[in-house]
Ligand binder design. Structure first.
Ligand code: PLP
Length: 443
Protein backbone atom coordinates (compact mmCIF):
# COMPACT_ATOMS: atom_id res chain seq x y z
CA UNK A 1 0.00 0.00 0.00
CA UNK A 2 2.88 2.30 0.86
CA UNK A 3 4.49 1.59 -2.52
CA UNK A 4 1.21 2.23 -4.31
CA UNK A 5 0.84 5.60 -2.59
CA UNK A 6 4.44 6.52 -3.46
CA UNK A 7 3.92 5.53 -7.11
CA UNK A 8 0.76 7.61 -7.31
CA UNK A 9 2.67 10.55 -5.91
CA UNK A 10 5.45 10.07 -8.48
CA UNK A 11 2.89 10.12 -11.29
CA UNK A 12 1.37 13.33 -9.92
CA UNK A 13 4.75 15.03 -9.51
CA UNK A 14 5.75 13.97 -13.02
CA UNK A 15 2.57 15.51 -14.44
CA UNK A 16 3.00 18.69 -12.43
CA UNK A 17 6.73 19.38 -12.36
CA UNK A 18 8.56 17.55 -15.09
CA UNK A 19 8.83 18.95 -18.64
CA UNK A 20 9.68 15.86 -20.73
CA UNK A 21 11.95 16.06 -23.77
CA UNK A 22 10.31 15.24 -27.12
CA UNK A 23 6.95 14.30 -25.62
CA UNK A 24 3.29 15.13 -26.38
CA UNK A 25 2.88 17.61 -23.52
CA UNK A 26 -0.91 17.47 -23.26
CA UNK A 27 -0.92 13.68 -23.09
CA UNK A 28 1.81 13.72 -20.44
CA UNK A 29 -0.17 16.18 -18.34
CA UNK A 30 -3.34 14.14 -18.68
CA UNK A 31 -2.08 10.58 -18.40
CA UNK A 32 1.28 10.85 -16.68
CA UNK A 33 4.37 8.98 -17.84
CA UNK A 34 4.07 5.84 -19.99
CA UNK A 35 6.66 4.07 -17.81
CA UNK A 36 8.53 4.97 -14.65
CA UNK A 37 11.70 2.91 -14.68
CA UNK A 38 13.61 2.22 -11.51
CA UNK A 39 16.14 -0.55 -12.29
CA UNK A 40 18.23 -1.96 -15.10
CA UNK A 41 20.35 -5.11 -15.36
CA UNK A 42 21.83 -6.58 -18.51
CA UNK A 43 19.33 -6.07 -21.32
CA UNK A 44 16.36 -5.63 -18.99
CA UNK A 45 14.77 -2.65 -17.25
CA UNK A 46 12.18 -2.78 -14.48
CA UNK A 47 9.46 -0.26 -13.80
CA UNK A 48 8.07 1.08 -10.55
CA UNK A 49 5.40 -1.66 -10.54
CA UNK A 50 8.08 -4.37 -10.72
CA UNK A 51 7.33 -5.25 -14.35
CA UNK A 52 10.44 -6.30 -16.27
CA UNK A 53 10.99 -5.41 -19.93
CA UNK A 54 13.54 -6.45 -22.51
CA UNK A 55 15.00 -3.17 -23.73
CA UNK A 56 14.96 -3.72 -27.48
CA UNK A 57 16.30 -0.24 -28.30
CA UNK A 58 19.09 0.19 -25.70
CA UNK A 59 17.02 3.09 -24.32
CA UNK A 60 17.98 5.81 -26.84
CA UNK A 61 20.29 3.54 -28.88
CA UNK A 62 22.97 4.22 -26.31
CA UNK A 63 23.16 1.58 -23.56
CA UNK A 64 25.43 -0.58 -25.71
CA UNK A 65 27.06 -2.64 -22.93
CA UNK A 66 23.77 -3.12 -21.06
CA UNK A 67 22.68 -1.96 -17.61
CA UNK A 68 24.16 -2.48 -14.16
CA UNK A 69 27.86 -2.69 -15.01
CA UNK A 70 29.78 -2.56 -11.76
CA UNK A 71 33.05 -1.69 -13.57
CA UNK A 72 31.57 1.54 -14.94
CA UNK A 73 30.21 2.59 -11.56
CA UNK A 74 33.61 1.83 -9.99
CA UNK A 75 35.44 3.85 -12.67
CA UNK A 76 33.17 6.84 -12.02
CA UNK A 77 33.52 6.61 -8.25
CA UNK A 78 37.28 6.24 -8.37
CA UNK A 79 37.67 9.19 -10.72
CA UNK A 80 35.39 11.41 -8.61
CA UNK A 81 37.46 10.64 -5.56
CA UNK A 82 40.77 11.17 -7.42
CA UNK A 83 40.05 14.32 -9.41
CA UNK A 84 36.39 15.33 -9.44
CA UNK A 85 36.78 17.98 -12.07
CA UNK A 86 39.56 19.30 -14.24
CA UNK A 87 39.24 22.02 -16.82
CA UNK A 88 41.00 21.80 -20.16
CA UNK A 89 40.59 25.52 -20.80
CA UNK A 90 43.56 27.85 -21.14
CA UNK A 91 45.88 25.01 -22.16
CA UNK A 92 45.36 22.99 -18.98
CA UNK A 93 44.87 19.25 -19.19
CA UNK A 94 44.42 16.16 -17.03
CA UNK A 95 45.55 12.58 -17.35
CA UNK A 96 42.19 10.93 -18.13
CA UNK A 97 41.25 13.22 -21.01
CA UNK A 98 44.70 12.72 -22.51
CA UNK A 99 44.41 8.94 -22.26
CA UNK A 100 40.94 8.97 -23.82
CA UNK A 101 42.09 11.23 -26.69
CA UNK A 102 44.94 8.80 -27.44
CA UNK A 103 42.62 5.77 -27.21
CA UNK A 104 40.10 7.30 -29.62
CA UNK A 105 42.88 8.18 -32.07
CA UNK A 106 44.02 4.55 -32.01
CA UNK A 107 40.49 3.35 -32.79
CA UNK A 108 39.16 5.87 -35.30
CA UNK A 109 39.51 5.37 -39.05
CA UNK A 110 42.35 6.96 -41.01
CA UNK A 111 44.02 9.98 -39.50
CA UNK A 112 41.09 11.07 -37.34
CA UNK A 113 43.53 11.50 -34.49
CA UNK A 114 42.37 14.61 -32.63
CA UNK A 115 39.33 14.95 -30.34
CA UNK A 116 37.39 17.94 -29.03
CA UNK A 117 35.09 16.89 -26.18
CA UNK A 118 31.45 17.77 -25.52
CA UNK A 119 28.60 16.42 -23.40
CA UNK A 120 26.58 14.78 -26.17
CA UNK A 121 25.67 14.41 -29.80
CA UNK A 122 24.08 17.81 -30.40
CA UNK A 123 27.07 19.62 -28.92
CA UNK A 124 29.42 17.49 -31.04
CA UNK A 125 27.61 18.38 -34.27
CA UNK A 126 27.29 22.01 -33.19
CA UNK A 127 31.04 22.09 -32.59
CA UNK A 128 31.79 20.39 -35.93
CA UNK A 129 29.70 22.98 -37.77
CA UNK A 130 31.39 25.86 -35.96
CA UNK A 131 34.85 24.42 -36.55
CA UNK A 132 34.15 24.04 -40.27
CA UNK A 133 32.89 27.61 -40.62
CA UNK A 134 35.74 28.95 -38.55
CA UNK A 135 38.20 27.05 -40.76
CA UNK A 136 36.96 28.69 -43.96
CA UNK A 137 36.84 32.10 -42.36
CA UNK A 138 40.45 31.73 -41.22
CA UNK A 139 41.39 30.50 -44.68
CA UNK A 140 40.17 33.81 -46.10
CA UNK A 141 37.03 32.32 -47.65
CA UNK A 142 34.30 33.59 -45.30
CA UNK A 143 31.67 33.18 -48.01
CA UNK A 144 32.06 29.41 -47.60
CA UNK A 145 29.37 29.19 -44.90
CA UNK A 146 26.70 26.88 -46.23
CA UNK A 147 26.22 23.45 -44.76
CA UNK A 148 24.52 20.71 -46.77
CA UNK A 149 22.73 18.01 -44.78
CA UNK A 150 20.29 15.29 -45.86
CA UNK A 151 16.52 15.14 -45.72
CA UNK A 152 15.39 12.70 -42.95
CA UNK A 153 18.63 13.32 -41.03
CA UNK A 154 18.73 13.85 -37.26
CA UNK A 155 21.66 15.75 -35.78
CA UNK A 156 20.29 17.03 -32.47
CA UNK A 157 18.59 20.03 -30.97
CA UNK A 158 21.05 22.89 -30.51
CA UNK A 159 20.67 25.70 -33.04
CA UNK A 160 23.15 24.46 -35.65
CA UNK A 161 22.36 20.77 -35.11
CA UNK A 162 18.62 21.44 -35.44
CA UNK A 163 19.25 23.49 -38.57
CA UNK A 164 21.15 20.58 -40.07
CA UNK A 165 18.39 18.15 -39.09
CA UNK A 166 16.16 17.13 -41.97
CA UNK A 167 13.38 15.40 -40.03
CA UNK A 168 10.53 17.89 -40.57
CA UNK A 169 9.05 17.79 -37.04
CA UNK A 170 12.34 18.97 -35.49
CA UNK A 171 13.24 21.31 -38.31
CA UNK A 172 9.86 23.07 -38.06
CA UNK A 173 10.05 23.50 -34.29
CA UNK A 174 11.60 26.94 -34.44
CA UNK A 175 10.98 29.64 -36.96
CA UNK A 176 14.39 31.28 -36.97
CA UNK A 177 16.80 28.46 -37.66
CA UNK A 178 20.45 29.27 -38.26
CA UNK A 179 21.02 30.58 -41.79
CA UNK A 180 22.77 28.81 -44.64
CA UNK A 181 21.65 25.23 -44.13
CA UNK A 182 20.47 23.28 -47.16
CA UNK A 183 18.95 19.81 -47.42
CA UNK A 184 19.62 17.26 -50.12
CA UNK A 185 17.79 14.05 -51.05
CA UNK A 186 19.52 11.16 -49.30
CA UNK A 187 21.33 8.35 -51.04
CA UNK A 188 21.31 9.59 -54.66
CA UNK A 189 24.47 7.74 -55.60
CA UNK A 190 24.23 8.24 -59.37
CA UNK A 191 23.69 12.00 -58.97
CA UNK A 192 26.59 12.34 -56.56
CA UNK A 193 28.80 10.52 -59.05
CA UNK A 194 27.93 13.18 -61.60
CA UNK A 195 25.08 11.73 -63.67
CA UNK A 196 23.06 14.90 -64.28
CA UNK A 197 20.34 12.93 -66.09
CA UNK A 198 19.59 10.81 -62.98
CA UNK A 199 16.24 11.56 -61.30
CA UNK A 200 16.40 14.09 -58.44
CA UNK A 201 19.70 15.56 -59.64
CA UNK A 202 18.83 19.17 -58.69
CA UNK A 203 18.07 18.06 -55.14
CA UNK A 204 21.17 15.89 -54.74
CA UNK A 205 24.23 17.16 -52.85
CA UNK A 206 26.02 17.67 -56.18
CA UNK A 207 23.03 19.45 -57.70
CA UNK A 208 22.86 21.81 -54.72
CA UNK A 209 26.62 22.49 -54.79
CA UNK A 210 26.43 23.38 -58.48
CA UNK A 211 23.38 25.60 -58.02
CA UNK A 212 24.72 27.47 -54.98
CA UNK A 213 28.31 27.57 -56.20
CA UNK A 214 30.98 25.40 -54.57
CA UNK A 215 32.76 28.52 -53.30
CA UNK A 216 29.82 29.06 -50.89
CA UNK A 217 29.76 25.53 -49.40
CA UNK A 218 31.66 24.92 -46.16
CA UNK A 219 30.75 21.32 -45.43
CA UNK A 220 28.47 18.34 -45.86
CA UNK A 221 27.11 16.53 -42.79
CA UNK A 222 25.51 13.11 -42.81
CA UNK A 223 24.86 10.00 -40.75
CA UNK A 224 26.51 6.88 -42.22
CA UNK A 225 23.18 5.13 -41.52
CA UNK A 226 20.22 7.38 -40.77
CA UNK A 227 18.68 6.43 -37.43
CA UNK A 228 15.78 8.61 -36.34
CA UNK A 229 14.84 9.09 -40.01
CA UNK A 230 13.86 5.42 -40.23
CA UNK A 231 17.04 3.27 -40.20
CA UNK A 232 18.02 4.14 -43.75
CA UNK A 233 21.07 2.19 -44.88
CA UNK A 234 22.81 3.80 -47.85
CA UNK A 235 23.31 1.82 -51.04
CA UNK A 236 26.82 0.52 -51.75
CA UNK A 237 28.98 3.29 -53.14
CA UNK A 238 27.03 6.22 -51.72
CA UNK A 239 29.38 7.29 -48.95
CA UNK A 240 32.38 6.87 -51.25
CA UNK A 241 30.61 9.06 -53.85
CA UNK A 242 30.02 11.80 -51.25
CA UNK A 243 33.68 11.61 -50.15
CA UNK A 244 34.82 11.98 -53.77
CA UNK A 245 32.41 14.83 -54.36
CA UNK A 246 33.68 16.70 -51.27
CA UNK A 247 37.28 16.19 -52.43
CA UNK A 248 36.44 17.42 -55.91
CA UNK A 249 35.19 20.76 -54.56
CA UNK A 250 37.42 21.00 -51.47
CA UNK A 251 34.39 20.76 -49.17
CA UNK A 252 34.78 19.32 -45.66
CA UNK A 253 32.93 16.08 -44.93
CA UNK A 254 31.41 15.65 -41.47
CA UNK A 255 29.94 12.31 -40.44
CA UNK A 256 27.59 11.94 -37.51
CA UNK A 257 28.40 8.64 -35.77
CA UNK A 258 26.36 9.46 -32.67
CA UNK A 259 24.31 6.26 -33.08
CA UNK A 260 26.59 4.25 -35.37
CA UNK A 261 29.79 4.73 -33.36
CA UNK A 262 31.18 2.14 -30.92
CA UNK A 263 29.94 -1.03 -32.53
CA UNK A 264 26.25 -0.51 -33.21
CA UNK A 265 26.49 -1.47 -36.91
CA UNK A 266 28.88 -4.40 -36.52
CA UNK A 267 31.95 -2.25 -37.15
CA UNK A 268 33.53 0.05 -34.56
CA UNK A 269 32.41 3.06 -36.66
CA UNK A 270 29.76 3.09 -39.38
CA UNK A 271 31.96 4.60 -42.09
CA UNK A 272 34.23 1.55 -41.90
CA UNK A 273 31.62 -0.41 -43.88
CA UNK A 274 32.49 1.77 -46.85
CA UNK A 275 36.12 2.56 -46.00
CA UNK A 276 35.49 6.27 -46.01
CA UNK A 277 37.40 8.70 -43.79
CA UNK A 278 35.59 11.97 -43.15
CA UNK A 279 37.34 15.22 -42.16
CA UNK A 280 35.33 15.42 -38.94
CA UNK A 281 33.39 12.74 -37.08
CA UNK A 282 30.90 13.31 -34.26
CA UNK A 283 30.44 10.66 -31.59
CA UNK A 284 28.44 10.42 -28.33
CA UNK A 285 25.93 7.86 -26.94
CA UNK A 286 27.88 4.56 -27.21
CA UNK A 287 31.14 6.19 -26.09
CA UNK A 288 29.95 5.75 -22.48
CA UNK A 289 26.98 3.44 -23.17
CA UNK A 290 24.81 6.17 -21.69
CA UNK A 291 26.25 5.82 -18.17
CA UNK A 292 27.32 9.46 -18.22
CA UNK A 293 27.16 12.38 -20.66
CA UNK A 294 29.99 12.57 -23.17
CA UNK A 295 30.50 13.36 -26.82
CA UNK A 296 33.39 14.25 -29.06
CA UNK A 297 34.11 15.66 -32.46
CA UNK A 298 37.14 13.99 -33.96
CA UNK A 299 39.11 15.56 -36.77
CA UNK A 300 42.04 14.70 -38.99
CA UNK A 301 45.62 15.67 -38.18
CA UNK A 302 45.64 17.76 -41.32
CA UNK A 303 42.59 19.77 -40.31
CA UNK A 304 43.88 20.38 -36.79
CA UNK A 305 47.32 21.41 -38.08
CA UNK A 306 45.81 23.77 -40.60
CA UNK A 307 43.54 25.27 -37.96
CA UNK A 308 46.54 25.73 -35.68
CA UNK A 309 48.49 27.46 -38.45
CA UNK A 310 45.59 29.65 -39.44
CA UNK A 311 44.34 30.68 -36.00
CA UNK A 312 47.35 32.23 -34.36
CA UNK A 313 45.04 33.27 -31.53
CA UNK A 314 42.61 31.57 -29.14
CA UNK A 315 40.01 29.18 -30.58
CA UNK A 316 37.01 30.63 -28.76
CA UNK A 317 34.93 27.52 -28.33
CA UNK A 318 34.70 25.22 -25.32
CA UNK A 319 32.24 23.91 -22.74
CA UNK A 320 32.83 23.88 -18.99
CA UNK A 321 32.36 20.12 -19.27
CA UNK A 322 34.61 19.56 -22.30
CA UNK A 323 36.57 16.46 -21.30
CA UNK A 324 35.02 15.98 -17.86
CA UNK A 325 37.30 13.56 -15.96
CA UNK A 326 34.51 11.28 -14.72
CA UNK A 327 32.97 11.03 -18.19
CA UNK A 328 36.39 10.27 -19.70
CA UNK A 329 37.12 7.59 -17.08
CA UNK A 330 33.78 5.91 -17.76
CA UNK A 331 34.40 6.11 -21.53
CA UNK A 332 37.79 4.42 -21.18
CA UNK A 333 36.31 1.59 -19.13
CA UNK A 334 33.32 1.28 -21.46
CA UNK A 335 35.61 0.98 -24.50
CA UNK A 336 37.63 -1.65 -22.63
CA UNK A 337 34.43 -3.66 -22.11
CA UNK A 338 33.45 -3.33 -25.78
CA UNK A 339 36.88 -4.59 -26.82
CA UNK A 340 37.35 -7.33 -24.19
CA UNK A 341 33.90 -8.79 -24.73
CA UNK A 342 34.20 -8.50 -28.52
CA UNK A 343 30.86 -6.72 -28.68
CA UNK A 344 31.44 -5.34 -32.19
CA UNK A 345 31.81 -8.90 -33.50
CA UNK A 346 28.74 -9.90 -31.53
CA UNK A 347 26.72 -7.11 -33.16
CA UNK A 348 27.83 -8.41 -36.56
CA UNK A 349 26.87 -12.00 -35.69
CA UNK A 350 23.54 -10.98 -34.18
CA UNK A 351 22.69 -9.15 -37.41
CA UNK A 352 22.37 -12.61 -38.99
CA UNK A 353 19.94 -13.68 -36.26
CA UNK A 354 17.96 -10.49 -36.68
CA UNK A 355 17.68 -11.04 -40.43
CA UNK A 356 16.58 -14.66 -39.83
CA UNK A 357 13.86 -13.38 -37.52
CA UNK A 358 12.72 -10.58 -39.79
CA UNK A 359 12.56 -12.94 -42.79
CA UNK A 360 10.65 -15.48 -40.71
CA UNK A 361 8.06 -12.81 -39.81
CA UNK A 362 7.57 -12.03 -43.47
CA UNK A 363 7.54 -15.60 -44.77
CA UNK A 364 5.50 -17.25 -42.05
CA UNK A 365 3.26 -14.49 -40.78
CA UNK A 366 3.03 -12.50 -43.97
CA UNK A 367 3.57 -9.23 -42.18
CA UNK A 368 3.50 -6.35 -44.61
CA UNK A 369 6.85 -4.80 -44.03
CA UNK A 370 10.20 -3.78 -45.38
CA UNK A 371 12.86 -5.01 -42.95
CA UNK A 372 16.37 -3.61 -42.65
CA UNK A 373 19.38 -4.25 -40.43
CA UNK A 374 23.07 -3.46 -40.22
CA UNK A 375 24.66 -4.92 -37.13
CA UNK A 376 22.24 -4.32 -34.27
CA UNK A 377 20.65 -1.32 -35.91
CA UNK A 378 17.51 -2.82 -37.36
CA UNK A 379 13.96 -1.98 -38.13
CA UNK A 380 10.78 -2.90 -39.90
CA UNK A 381 8.87 -0.43 -42.02
CA UNK A 382 5.19 -1.34 -41.87
CA UNK A 383 3.39 -1.12 -45.19
CA UNK A 384 -0.27 -0.50 -45.94
CA UNK A 385 -0.22 -2.82 -48.93
CA UNK A 386 2.23 -5.70 -48.98
CA UNK A 387 1.73 -6.51 -52.65
CA UNK A 388 2.76 -3.22 -54.17
CA UNK A 389 4.77 -1.87 -51.23
CA UNK A 390 2.48 1.10 -50.53
CA UNK A 391 3.32 2.97 -47.34
CA UNK A 392 0.68 4.15 -44.85
CA UNK A 393 -0.95 7.57 -45.04
CA UNK A 394 1.17 10.03 -43.00
CA UNK A 395 -1.19 10.21 -40.01
CA UNK A 396 -1.57 6.44 -39.62
CA UNK A 397 0.09 5.40 -36.40
CA UNK A 398 0.64 1.74 -37.20
CA UNK A 399 4.13 1.52 -35.71
CA UNK A 400 3.18 3.15 -32.36
CA UNK A 401 0.25 0.73 -32.03
CA UNK A 402 2.56 -2.27 -32.48
CA UNK A 403 5.11 -0.82 -30.08
CA UNK A 404 2.40 -0.29 -27.45
CA UNK A 405 1.30 -3.91 -27.77
CA UNK A 406 4.91 -5.06 -27.41
CA UNK A 407 5.27 -3.04 -24.20
CA UNK A 408 2.24 -4.89 -22.79
CA UNK A 409 4.21 -8.05 -23.60
CA UNK A 410 7.36 -6.86 -21.80
CA UNK A 411 9.34 -5.65 -24.82
CA UNK A 412 10.39 -2.07 -25.43
CA UNK A 413 10.79 -1.00 -29.04
CA UNK A 414 10.59 2.45 -30.60
CA UNK A 415 8.33 3.74 -33.35
CA UNK A 416 9.96 6.07 -35.85
CA UNK A 417 7.12 8.10 -37.26
CA UNK A 418 8.76 11.39 -38.16
CA UNK A 419 7.95 12.63 -41.65
CA UNK A 420 5.01 10.21 -41.90
CA UNK A 421 7.08 7.04 -41.49
CA UNK A 422 5.92 3.83 -39.85
CA UNK A 423 9.15 2.15 -38.84
CA UNK A 424 9.75 0.08 -35.71
CA UNK A 425 13.34 0.36 -34.53
CA UNK A 426 15.10 -2.69 -33.10
CA UNK A 427 18.47 -1.85 -31.55
CA UNK A 428 19.10 -3.90 -28.40
CA UNK A 429 22.29 -3.68 -26.32
CA UNK A 430 25.30 -5.23 -28.07
CA UNK A 431 25.44 -8.00 -25.44
CA UNK A 432 22.32 -9.82 -26.73
CA UNK A 433 22.49 -13.47 -27.72
CA UNK A 434 20.55 -15.58 -30.23
CA UNK A 435 17.83 -16.35 -27.70
CA UNK A 436 17.27 -12.67 -26.89
CA UNK A 437 16.77 -11.93 -30.60
CA UNK A 438 14.33 -14.85 -30.79
CA UNK A 439 12.40 -13.40 -27.85
CA UNK A 440 12.16 -10.03 -29.64
CA UNK A 441 10.95 -11.66 -32.85
CA UNK A 442 8.51 -13.97 -31.02
CA UNK A 443 7.02 -10.99 -29.19
N1 PLP B 1 23.03 12.72 -34.00
C1 PLP B 1 22.35 11.59 -34.12
C2 PLP B 1 22.56 10.72 -35.32
C3 PLP B 1 21.45 11.19 -33.13
O1 PLP B 1 20.73 10.08 -33.25
C4 PLP B 1 21.30 12.02 -31.99
C5 PLP B 1 20.37 11.64 -30.91
O2 PLP B 1 19.56 10.75 -31.03
C6 PLP B 1 22.03 13.21 -31.92
C7 PLP B 1 22.89 13.53 -32.93
C8 PLP B 1 21.88 14.15 -30.77
O3 PLP B 1 22.55 13.66 -29.68
P1 PLP B 1 22.20 14.19 -28.20
O4 PLP B 1 20.77 13.83 -27.95
O5 PLP B 1 23.18 13.44 -27.34
O6 PLP B 1 22.45 15.65 -28.18
Amino acid sequence: AKNKAMTERLVEWDKKHYFHPTTPLKEQQAKGPAHIFTHGKGIHVTDVYGKEFLDGVSSLWNVNVGYGRQELADAAREQMMTLAYGSSFFNNSHDVVIRLSQKLASMAPGDLNVSFFTSGGSESNESAIKIVRHYWKMKGQPERKKIIALERSYHGVTMGATSATGVPEFKNMITAIAPDFLHALPHQTECELGDSSAPGYERSIRGIIEKEGPETIAGVILEPVQGVGGIQIPPEGYLQAVRQLCDEYGILMMTDEVITGFGRTGKMFGVEHWEVVPDLMSVAKGITSGYIQLGAVMMTDRLRDELADLSDNVFFHGFTYSGHPTACAVALKNIEIIENERLVDNAKQMEQELWKGLNYLQDTHKIAAKPRAIGLMGGIELLADPDNGTTFEPSTFAAPAVVEECAKRNLILRPLIFGGLNVIAIAPPLIVDKQDIETIIAT
